[in-house]
Design a protein around this ligand. Structure first.
Ligand code: ADP
Ligand code: MG
Length: 246
């Protein structure tokens, strides 16, 4: 892999919803193997940023490059790029009527053309890796929230993504389930996965983030190492925000 090209790069991205200016001149590069944690108050544009990277949301101006190539407008090219960017949301978004195993194999068999046997072999490996292999035959509703979120991660990994985007993956979970999901993410990070993680889990950010990006009101106000950002936030907005969640 070319290690000089950012896996994800945003250049001067602007986005409005009607009168609301939701992304303001957002520029961000994520290099291979980097873990970038995005934090900021509710409504600051974090989810819109994640969705824009997958083109689930169109941007008004600026550029988004994936592995140095402009994000395609639509069609097969866009589908191919989406397959390279795993996305895990707050709500687990599993297919309710399918088994856990099928949730993980459907992408590889339907999109990547992998054989059923091969997809199942790999799915079981992935489910093992996230600690839910014993649940493979159940449907999502029979699993806890933490287990479902780990299945969602396995499902993304089954597509062999070049990067993973996590949008508040633990904020819908009961407290006792948060750590089991964070541990899977810590392990992914330690294996070199390129990641953007929107989260308010500060201990996670301190442990795994190479960089913390602070967003407020649609703009990136600060960017730095976790140590620098948490100990010495430069802006009043960041200080207020950190006080509010500590
Ligand atoms: P965050 O994830 O940081 O809480 P969001 O990206 O979800 O912030 O939202 C940023 C702003 O954009 C908010 O003011 C939100 O109300 C607005 N917004 C998000 N999605 C839409 C939409 N589809 N239509 C209109 N406004 C939206
Ligand atoms: Mg959000």
């Amino acid at each position: 892999m070319n290690t000089d090209v950012p896996v994800i790069e945003l250049r001067h991205v602007e986005k409005c919803f009607g009168d609301a200016h939701v992304l303001k001149d957002v520029s961000l590069s994520v290099m291979p193997g980097e873990v970038v944690v995005v934090i900021g108050p509710s409504g600051s544009g974090k989810s819109t940023l994640c969705r824009a990277i997958n083109r689930l949301e169109r941007i008004d101006s600026g550029e988004i490059l994936i592995l140095g190539e402009p994000l395609p407008e639509e069609g097969h090219e866009l589908a191919a790029v989406r397959a390279e960017l795993g996305m895990v949301f707050q709500s687990f978004n599993l297919f309710a009527h399918m088994s856990v195993l099928r949730n993980v194999t459907i992408g590889p068999t339907e999109v990547l053309g992998v054989s059923k046997a091969e997809a199942e072999r790999e799915a079981l490996e992935l489910l093992e890796r996230v600690g839910v292999a014993s649940q493979a035959k159940k449907v999502p509703a029979q699993l806890s929230g933490g287990q479902q979120q780990r299945v969602a991660i396995a499902r993304s990994l089954a597509m062999h993504p070049r990067a993973m985007l996590f949008d508040e993956p633990t904020s819908a979970l009961d407290p006792e389930m948060i750590n089991e999901v964070l541990e899977v993410m810590v392990s992914l990070a330690s294996q070199g996965m390129t990641m953007i993680v929107v989260t308010h889990e500060m201990s996670f950010a301190r442990r795994v983030a190479d960089r913390v990006v602070f967003m407020s009101d649609g703009a990136i106000l600060e960017e730095g190492t976790p140590g620098a950002f948490f100990e010495h936030p430069k802006t009043e907005r960041a200080r207020e925000f950190l006080d509010s969640i500590r």
